[in-house]
Design a protein around this ligand. Structure first.
Ligand code: GDR
Length: 327
């Protein structure tokens, strides 16, 4: 039975990946930080097959112990301070966890190593936020980085240190430069889920309006369930490499809002939307659109769920989720 160790197990991608790997016959271990982590209760109920392992990306000895315990064939480093807006207020913490956490994981892998003929393979969750103020469109693996947030800067460090350790120590370490990926498990702080959940609540009479920031920025949004397959495929190749994972379609926040409202039969969506400067960011990423040709050709990966189907799925889920609360 292959063994996988996932950081960020309680997040959206951790949940999708755990499900995916479990279905493939993996034994799945998840790094869980803190005492009485409240998200662990949900994990125990929904993912009883995941074995929790205590530890923290800020604590190298705990990572070494966790790897010694899990003895993984594959490590998926998804753990991070992942909300871009928060990273402006907690820049040092973001640099420590999202950036230095990657270095600690690489060191832990070097120390624990794995079987001689089967060294531990690492997947690092890199991000399209590294492209920031984009230098070219669409963005590929070769597009230079210009991050626009402490989060983006920390991800650039994580990305570069993976390349450096791969080249210096011959580690099997890959980075997936994943563009935005969403779904019903997305946290309510991210714009897609904030919108689909608010639209459902407005439809059900539970909320009057949505308060948003910048409506003009554009994102390449895919479905998280599709994207975790690309992570796994990267670790099944003969050689480690980096890959852009994206749909190649871009939409604005305004498109997202209009589509979500249309799903519940509301056309005059502007009557329900208010903008508040507190949701604007000190520096913004205006346009993201990824070219995932390399992943499509070398990994045989392609996204299955398009933007319209994704928003439809999320609105339908949120109508059920919010409706259940009032029934
Ligand atoms: P992003 O996702 O920053 O792209 O990073 P997010 O959904 O937070 O923002 C997308 C865009 O929407 C604009 N926006 C708002 N965003 C939020 N959260 N709330 C609002 O009210 C709002 N109004 C407008 C933002 O300004 C932004 O332009 C996500 C994260 O998952 C990262 O961890 C990951 O690396 C990247 O995607 C790829």
């Amino acid at each position: 039975m292959p063994r996988a160790f996932i950081t960020g197990i309680t997040g959206q991608d951790g949940q999708h990946l755990a499900e995916f790997l479990h279905a493939k016959g993996y034994e799945v271990f998840g790094l869980v930080k803190g005492q009485n982590n409240p998200r662990m209760v949900q994990m125990r109920d929904e993912f009883p097959y995941v074995e929790p392992v205590p530890g923290d990306l800020a604590d190298l000895p705990s990572l070494v112990k966790a790897l010694e315990f899990a003895q993984p064939d594959e490590v998926y480093n998804l753990g991070a301070i992942s909300f871009v807006a928060v990273s402006f207020n907690q820049a040092e913490l973001t640099a420590n966890i999202t950036g230095l956490g990657v270095l600690r994981m690489l060191e832990a892998i070097r120390m624990v190593g794995g079987a001689k003929n089967n060294p531990i393979r690492l997947y690092q969750a890199s991000s399209s936020e590294m492209f920031g103020k984009v230098r070219e469109t669409p963005q590929t693996e070769l597009t230079p980085f210009h991050p626009r947030s402490p989060y983006g800067c920390a991800k650039v460090f994580g990305h570069d240190i993976v390349v450096n350790y791969r080249e210096s120590y011959d580690l099997f370490a890959c980075s997936g430069i994943l563009f935005n990926h969403e779904g019903p498990r997305r946290g309510l702080e991210f714009v897609t889920r904030k919108v689909t959940n608010s639209v459902a609540r407005i439809k059900l009479g539970l909320q009057q309006e949505i308060v948003l920031g910048n409506l003009d920025s554009k994102r390449d949004w895919g479905y998280a369930g599709d994207y975790v397959k690309a992570m796994w495929l990267m670790l099944q190749q003969d050689q480690p490499d980096d890959y852009v994972v994206a749909t190649g379609q871009t939409n604005s926040i305004e498109d997202l809002v209009a589509l979500a409202f249309a799903e519940v039969g509301i056309e005059n969506w502007r009557d329900y939307v208010r903008q508040d400067p507190k949701f604007f960011r000190p520096a913004e990423v205006d346009l993201l659109i990824g070219d995932s040709s390399k992943a499509r050709i070398q990994l045989g990966w392609k996204p299955e769920v398009d933007f319209a189907s994704l928003i439809k799925m999320m609105v339908a889920h949120d109508l059920r989720f919010e409706g259940d609360k009032i029934r």
